[in-house]
Design a protein around this ligand. Structure first.
Ligand code: GLV
Ligand code: MG
Length: 347
């Protein structure tokens, strides 16, 4: 085991000091773009202010013969825009692929100072994080990168889910993780062809009725267990959990429900694969105005966070004060990015 005293030391001489706490950022949606698509690149300047995070995808959905063009396109976008408060991420190819070494070396070498987070797919265990951690430190040192590039793991293999706690704790470079329901379904042998969301056959049936009338079948959430496991692993290690992709681009109502379940369970954002999903994620991952106003009343009623109070007939104590603080802290963060919402929250 690595000595605790070495945990926060840079892994290469000349690499930047790892963060002790994640930088504050609003990351309600991670918006994917294919870097090899010229039309998308031409409009990227309009997309940047609409999203919290812009991610250049190099992995799945990019054809093998477009891998280099996607990487070059991402680098061009990174060089030619100012991102303001929008995060710039990339999803590189998996560690066992023929493209990943060039993905990492070219991107850190050319735009290492602009990239905030590298998303690593198909993470199986802490060893994958350790490899990327070391390599990034060497490249940061070589290219004089000033701030550490963070790592975001995709939780999308059965083994990764088994090792999720160790992955979350693997390095101070860990930013968070996203549920990858498509690869995870395949890896686990789940019987679905969907990318996230429910399945019409997965649910519970009401007990038989005495009068023999039709029993109601209610669909259940296939992802509940994994999201809960991921949230606990992330929050107990001070990093951020995200729901990943929702593949049915037409079904915005189902996308919204999936995103909201993740939000309520502790996730801070989700992926947007299509411009239509940006507004959904923004709505879902910004705390509800009524909830924020109520949470503010709880904080005001117990200024030092202790004791007991009744508000609208509901008991409040030290624990509900902490719940209220989660919501108000998030609202403050969102308000920095979204002044209109800030006004509605009364800041
Ligand atoms: C995302 O990468 C997924 O596999 O769902
Ligand atoms: Mg995947």
């Amino acid at each position: 085991m690595k000595l605790p005293s070495n945990f926060y030391k840079p892994l290469a001489i000349g690499a930047p000091e790892p963060y002790r706490e994640l930088p504050v950022a609003t990351e309600r949606m991670i918006h994917f773009f294919p870097g090899h698509n010229e039309k998308v690149r031409a409009k990227i300047g309009e997309t940047i202010p609409l999203v919290d995070v812009l991610l250049g995808n190099l992995e799945d959905a990019i054809p093998a013969d477009a891998k280099e063009a996607a990487r070059r396109g991402f680098i061009e976008v990174a060089k030619s825009h100012d991102f303001g408060s929008t995060g710039l991420w990339t999803r590189i190819n998996p560690l066992n692929s023929p493209w990943v070494l060039d993905d990492i070396t070219e991107i850190v070498g050319e735009v290492g100072d602009k990239v905030d987070v590298i998303m690593l797919p198909k993470v199986e265990g802490p060893w994958d994080i350790h490899y990327l951690d070391q390599l990034l430190a060497q490249l940061e040192a070589r290219h004089n990168v000033k701030k550490p590039i963070l790592i975001h793991a995709i939780l999308e293999t059965a083994q990764g889910v088994k090792n999720v706690d160790e992955i979350a704790a693997a390095s101070p470079r860990m930013h968070g993780m996203s549920l990858g329901p498509a690869d995870l379904a395949a890896s686990r042998g789940m019987k679905t062809t969907r990318v996230g969301g429910g399945h019409p056959f997965y649910g519970v049936l009401e007990d038989p009725k005495e009068d023999g009338s039709t029993r109601t079948f209610v669909q259940q959430d296939l992802w509940h267990y994994t999201v809960a496991k991921m949230v606990d692993a992330c929050l107990s290690n001070g990093i951020r959990p995200f729901y990943g992709p929702f593949g049915d681009i037409q079904d915005l109502a189902a996308c919204e429900v999936q995103f909201r379940n993740a939000f309520l369970m502790g996730c801070v954002g989700a992926w947007s694969l299509h411009p239509n999903q940006i507004a959904v994620a923004k709505r879902v991952f910004s705390p509800d105005v009524k909830e924020v106003l109520f949470a503010k009343r709880i904080l005001e009623a117990m200024p030092d966070g202790r004791g007991v109070a009744m508000i609208d007939g509901k008991m409040q104590d030290d624990a509900t004060w902490k719940q209220a603080k989660v919501i108000v802290d998030l609202a403050r963060k969102v308000a920095l990015k979204d002044p209109e919402l800030g006004q509605a929250y009364g800041f």
